[in-house]
Design a binder for this molecule. Structure first.
Ligand code: NDP
Length: 446
């Protein structure tokens, strides 16, 4: 049940954004936590901060025409939703996946605002992407698509305006093609306009690893708050993309054993602990499917169509996509003894799943806190670009660790302050909201 003061805002969001169910879900999940903070700061209500946050500052939708290798013309749709710039330039990734729609981009952009606020860095929030499906496309096709996408998007970007990065389907290869086209059109070598760049041309060490590493660090902190260690724990990580691979690597460095990961075809189970080098070789170098892993490693199996959440574990990290862990999956994990869940992906757990974890006393780290390491390291990349500097891997990883530890403490403290000790959902929503809301009040009605 929503707070009665908040229900009308939510109903209005649903009315104004018909059919955008993921956006409705993301808004509901945040506003559901905000009753106590509105009671403490009546000014936020007077200034209609929630209503303003729910209406993006700008929404851009554009046509992306491109030609495949066989000479056939394709038309995709491009999006950039610039949600809020109270704390800094719009910042958030680009997603290339056939499921991308305005509602998906809007939900991701909305979440991004609070996540970026939690990092304490000068970052606003936005998100973008296209319904283009990169699977099975040649390198040249990817390049032509990226060039066409940037030919329209470039006019909305700038290091002080809007700074995209990667997300599902967009890694350093795509960022390279996007940056090349931006540079060509604008005649400016503006490193700070995109993050996730290659190391040879303005990228930062640790950016590739940052989201997954950060999620593992957040998990370590949640366990530490309960007097537990990751060492010796059995973990399961869904997905096998950028976030999943580096979450697995860091969990294993912390002494845990990660026994399963997945892709949209199925699940790999490796009781001896996943071999990250092999995973990286298959996914990043060969750009192959996950079933290859089981073909090359003794004891490992690949089960097509299996549900990863049925694998018994102490710790579960959903790192693939939204709504991939349902109430039923949560019940299975709880029955199998899970003690902590941290979201590497954005909104991977359904509201029923979140409720089940909280009710069962599972330590639950919501994505906007647990996966904030990626965007935080993007801010470190921008910092290095602005000062023409280059930090070592060790220094950057240390900064990332400090940031994740600080985000954990902030969420933990805020949850306690607002009467929900141990509830990181409440802590993250209120702490992120407060930072943005204070800045919005200070800047007046803009
Ligand atoms: P990648 O494209 O590198 O990997 C995505 C992984 O998730 C792949 O294994 C993919 O499998 C799987 N997946 C994607 N869509 C689906 C689906 N509909 N059903 C089942 N599996 C799916 O993306 P990232 O690792 O970068 O992103 C993963 C999640 O983390 C997303 O929610 C993203 O928003 C979030 N995130 C990413 C950040 C980053 O820095 N990259 C930062 C913060 C959050 P398959 O190959 O079969 O499609």
């Amino acid at each position: 049940m929503l707070d009665e003061k908040i229900e009308p805002f939510y109903d209005e969001v649903v009315r104004r954004n018909p059919g955008e169910v993921e956006f409705h879900q993301a808004v509901r999940e945040v506003v559901d936590s905000l009753g106590p903070v509105l009671a403490k700061h009546p000014r936020f209500t007077e200034r209609k901060i929630i209503e303003r946050l729910c209406e993006p500052e700008r929404q851009i939708i554009f046509r992306v025409p491109w030609i495949d290798d066989a000479g056939e013309v394709h038309i995709n749709r491009g999006f950039r939703v610039e949600v809020n710039s109270a704390l800094g330039p719009y910042k958030g990734g680009l997603r290339f996946h056939p499921s991308v729609s305005l509602g998906i981009v809007k939900f991701l952009g909305f979440e991004q605002v609070f996540k970026n606020a939690l990092t304490g860095m000068p970052l606003g929030g936005g998100k973008g992407g296209s319904d283009f499906d990169p699977k099975g496309r040649s390198d040249d096709e990817i390049m032509r698509f990226c060039q066409s996408f940037m030919t329209e998007l470039y006019r909305h970007l700038g290091e002080y305006t809007d700074v995209p990065a990667g997300d599902i389907g967009v890694g350093s290869r795509e960022i390279g093609y996007l940056f090349g086209q931006y540079k060509r059109i604008t005649n400016r070598y503006e490193s700070g306009v995109l993050t996730g760049k290659g190391l040879e041309w303005g990228g930062a060490l640790v950016r590739t690893e940052a989201t997954g590493y950060g999620t593992a660090m957040f998990t370590r902190e949640m366990l530490a708050a309960r007097g537990e260690l990751l060492d010796g724990k059995t973990c399961v990580v869904s997905g096998s993309g950028n976030v999943a691979i580096y979450a697995i690597e860091k969990l294993e460095q912390f002494g845990a054993t990660v026994v399963a990961c997945s892709d949209s075809d199925g699940v790999v189970y490796d009781p001896k602990g996943l071999d990250v080098d092999l995973l990286r070789q298959i996914k990043e170098v060969e750009r192959g499917r996950l079933d290859r892993y089981a073909q090359r490693r003794d004891y490992a199996t690949h089960s097509r169509g299996a549900n990863i959440w049925e694998t018994p574990c102490d710790i579960a990290l959903p790192c693939a996509t939204q709504n991939e862990l349902t109430g039923r999956d949560a019940a299975t994990l709880i029955r199998n003894g899970v003690s902590a869940v941290a979201e590497g992906a954005n909104m991977p757990t359904t509201p029923e799943g979140v409720r089940a974890f909280l009710d069962a006393g599972v330590a639950f780290g919501p994505g906007k806190a647990a996966n904030a390491g990626g965007v935080a390291t993007s801010a470190l990349e921008m910092q290095q670009n602005a000062s023409r500097d280059r930090w070592t891997f060790e220094h950057t990883e240390e900064r990332l660790d400090e940031i994740m530890t600080d985000i954990h403490s902030l969420c933990h403290r805020t949850a306690e302050e607002f009467g929900s000790p141990g509830n990181y959902v409440v802590g993250a929503n209120i702490a992120g909201f407060q930072r943005v809301a204070h800045a919005m009040v200070a800047m007046g009605l803009v």
